[in-house]
Write a protein that binds this ligand. Structure first.
Ligand code: TXA
Ligand code: MG
Length: 350
């Protein structure tokens, strides 16, 4: 067990001593949990193989699943990539800082321990002022996967990160609740083509406005085969109980949830709900622990609250989670990608 210091940062000068200390911890091979605009990350010196390996231990993560390198800007990204096509540079100019991660050929300075032995490296520059100040204080690329135990929902507050990572890291930087709520879009950038490996807040449409050739990793669409982002193959984002997701108009979702409630309760199962405000108002079932995760169809709000909603069932007494999904399109595509994994594929249109 490590002693974990928890320190708030607010983007003012008061942060300086805290960030200096966090930077020293990183350079000395330690672990620091840090905020980003998407979800909280667990950071280590991305050029130090031992430090990278300690991330895998802290998360209980399979070692073939590569880490993202988090950098404060374009120059630092270019220092880790052996080749940066003009298209990649353009994407950095347009979407950085922001929730877009670029997979590029790696330089030899990036250790195998960071890339899981791949010859590419994933690079991300977050749109969170406190995060970028931390990255500058670290002065090395920070290997930074999401700060959850492997397989669990990603944390979007420092308190949620502390639940999984308390005692496993040296410091947690509390920079407030994350704005986006689901992890960055990951793209592989080829000479004149962009392949989406994981959907996020930077959508296919936004990328298509920059380059005509945008494709989606086939395994994301079919749900079969080996995905190009190794992490996408694992059961992931899983809440503490099996989940079913219903997508449709509120009346149809509420009716489907009530039917399923009756069926599960007949065998003594305890159900819990993850639903929109509007659907919650239609449900007549009593005594089901309920997390209302936003207004029906408000995709941004639902994205922001998704993981806190899944983590609600860590303590709520439910054997089954009946959840309401959201339509695809915009960030809804990323939300449904995560929900489908969290529900082990149990998603139905009603
Ligand atoms: O928003 C985010 O990206 C968050 C915050 C903390 O920055 N980070 C994050 O990291 O989601 P992680 O490790 O939980 O997810 C990274 C994903 C994994 O699925 C991994 O397999 C994939 O990126 N990945 C990393 N390097 C890759 C590479 N060289 N090629 C393909 N996929 C890669
Ligand atoms: Mg993750």
């Amino acid at each position: 067990m490590k002693e974990t210091k928890i320190r708030s940062i607010d983007g003012t000068e008061k942060d300086i001593p805290v960030l200096k200390e966090a930077g020293r911890i990183i350079r000395a091979g330690g672990l620091v949990v840090f905020p980003t605009e998407t979800v909280y990350g667990i950071g280590a010196n991305g050029l130090d193989a031992d430090a990278c390996r300690s991330i895998y231990t802290a998360k209980g993560r399979p070692s073939d699943n590569p880490l993202i390198l988090t950098v404060p800007g374009k120059e630092e990204a270019k220092a880790a990539a052996s080749y940066v096509p003009a298209l990649a540079e353009k994407l950095m100019d347009i979407f950085w800082p922001g929730p877009l991660t670029l997979v590029l050929p790696r330089k030899a300075v990036v250790p195998d321990a960071a890339t899981g032995g791949l010859d590419t490296v994933a690079l991300r520059c977050p749109a969170h002022a406190g995060c970028r100040a931390f990255l500058r204080a670290a002065a090395v690329p920070v290997a930074g996967p999401s700060a959850n135990l492997s397989g669990r929902p990603s944390p979007t507050t420092a308190a949620e990160a502390a639940r999984d990572m308390g005692g496993r890291v040296d410091m947690i930087l509390d920079g407030g609740a994350c704005d986006v709520g689901v992890e960055s879009t990951i793209v592989e950038v080829l000479e004149d083509e962009v392949v989406i490996l994981r959907p996020g807040a930077v959508t296919e449409e936004m990328l298509a406005a920059v380059t005509p050739r945008v494709t989606v990793d086939k395994t994301l669409i079919t749900g079969t085969g080996v995905p190009k982002a190794p992490g996408m193959k694992y059961r992931h984002y899983a809440p503490n109980a099996p989940m079913q997701v219903f997508v449709g108009r509120t009346e149809a979702v509420a009716a489907a949830i009530e039917r399923e409630t009756l069926r599960l309760r007949k065998d003594g199962g305890r159900v819990g709900y993850l639903v929109s405000t509007e659907t919650a108002n239609l449900l007549r079932t009593v005594d089901a622990p309920t997390f209302v995760w936003g207004r029906h169809g408000d995709k941004k709000e639902l994205a922001r609250n998704l993981y806190t909603g899944l983590l609600f069932f860590d303590t709520a007494p439910a054997d089954y989670i009946l959840a309401e999904g959201v339509a695809a399109g915009d960030i809804g595509t990323a939300v449904m990608n995560r929900m489908k994994k969290a529900a082990a594929g149990a998603v139905v249109d009603v």
